[in-house]
Design a protein around this ligand. Structure first.
Ligand code: IPM
Ligand code: MG
Length: 355
């Protein structure tokens, strides 16, 4: 059995961090007797440069023919002047939609070795911090109708947030199921004091709660949630929220773990074929310098082993190796706070050594 993995390296630091994760997968595969076949496809700015479009049909076909997909990052200043539909970011939204990946799992936890790197006061994170953000990924304002029109004050741009009952129900169910496998606490985050979509969201959460009496569920307004995350992050177990709120809150949560370079994610649909990607972007300022933290992508590969292939031991090997390397004090520049740091390839080597 050989797992076919599509690689979407993308732009900026994307190729470096995907190469790192591939090396780790090969090493853990060797140890556990798992074979992988990797096929690269173009996405984002590099795809625009080489084919004229951010998401070529060949990439969509290749991803749909893969068992799973690993993605680096897309975008960069070179393509910032392009119009909305031509931008590299559109390709990322596009591939998520084409693959039907409506669920984005973003686990954020504080590694004990990184307590010092956490920007919050020690007493605030004394109880640790371990949450799972369940972000809706193919609906809401990132996919709604948008455009330009003449408004009350002349030229205006607009974006619309729309959520159907079906879209809300399926993501909220994923969140309840996820909570069941964890500490059985679910916080649904919305802006129901203002937004109609949030009021439908909240109503559906309450309807479904009846089916999950073992899960303790509560609602929280998104502005309060942003504040609670830094006031008392250990109160959260599973969080479920819309596409945009999840995008924003996951960046905030990542910083509590020490660096955005630590957070992996799994984008899933109804089947087993998913897309695994770090939550961070392409970091053009450090691209090509062998400086990026590869851990978020390496942990995304570990999530792939678990969710896509049910290779639990191999998945845990990676998590444990990351843990050990951090305990040993190794840091990439984002975590080193000016002290000596490892390069991307050196950090990858250390993780492989500790598998
Ligand atoms: C993320 C990113 C993307 C998103 C961008 C690059 C389109 O911010 O994965 O969090 O908003 O989903
Ligand atoms: Mg984001």
């Amino acid at each position: 059995m050989t797992y076919k993995i599509g690689l979407l390296k993308g732009d900026g630091i994307g190729p470096e961090i995907v190469d790192s994760a591939v090396r780790v997968l090969q090493a853990v595969g060797k140890k556990r007797g798992i074979a992988f076949e990797f096929t690269p496809y173009l996405i984002g700015g590099i795809a625009i440069d080489e084919t004229g479009e951010p998401l070529p049909q060949a990439t969509i076909d290749g991803c749909l023919a893969s068992d799973s997909v690993l993605l680096g990052a897309v975008g960069g200043p070179k393509w910032d002047m392009l119009s909305g539909n031509q931008r590299p970011e559109k390709a990322l939204l596009g591939i998520r939609e084409k693959m039907g990946l409506f669920t984005n799992l973003r686990p954020a936890k504080l590694y004990s070795a990184l307590k010092e790197e956490c920007p919050l006061r020690a007493d605030i994170v004394a109880n640790g911090f371990d949450m799972m953000i369940v972000r809706e990924l193919t609906g809401g304002i990132y996919f709604g109708e948008r455009g330009y029109r003449q408004g009350k004050y002349g030229e205006e741009a607009y974006d619309t947030e729309a959520y159907s009952r079906m879209e809300i129900e399926r993501i909220v169910r994923v969140a309840f199921e996820t909570a069941r496998k964890r500490r059985k606490k679910l916080t649904s985050i919305d802006k129901a004091n203002v937004l109609e979509t949030s009021r439908l969201w909240r109503k559906i959460v309450h309807e479904l709660a009846v089916e999950y009496p073992d899960v303790e569920v509560s609602d929280m307004l998104v502005d309060n949630a942003a504040m609670q995350l830094v006031r008392n992050p250990s109160q959260f177990d599973v969080v479920v929220t819309s596409n945009m709120f999840g995008d924003i809150l996951s960046d905030e949560a990542s910083q509590i773990t020490g660096s955005i370079g630590m957070l992996p994610s799994a984008s899933l649909g109804s089947g087993t074929r998913g897309l695994y990607e770090p939550i961070h972007g392409s970091a053009p300022d450090i691209a090509g310098q062998n400086k990026a933290n590869p851990i978020a992508t390496i942990l995304s590969a570990s999530m792939m082993l678990l969710y896509a292939f049910n290779e639990k031991s191999a998945s845990e090997d990676i998590v444990n190796a990351v843990d050990r390397v951090l305990e040993l004090g190794y840091r990439t520049a984002d975590l080193a706070r000016g002290k000596a740091s490892l390069s991307t390839t050196e950090m990858t080597d250390k993780i492989i050594e500790n598998l």
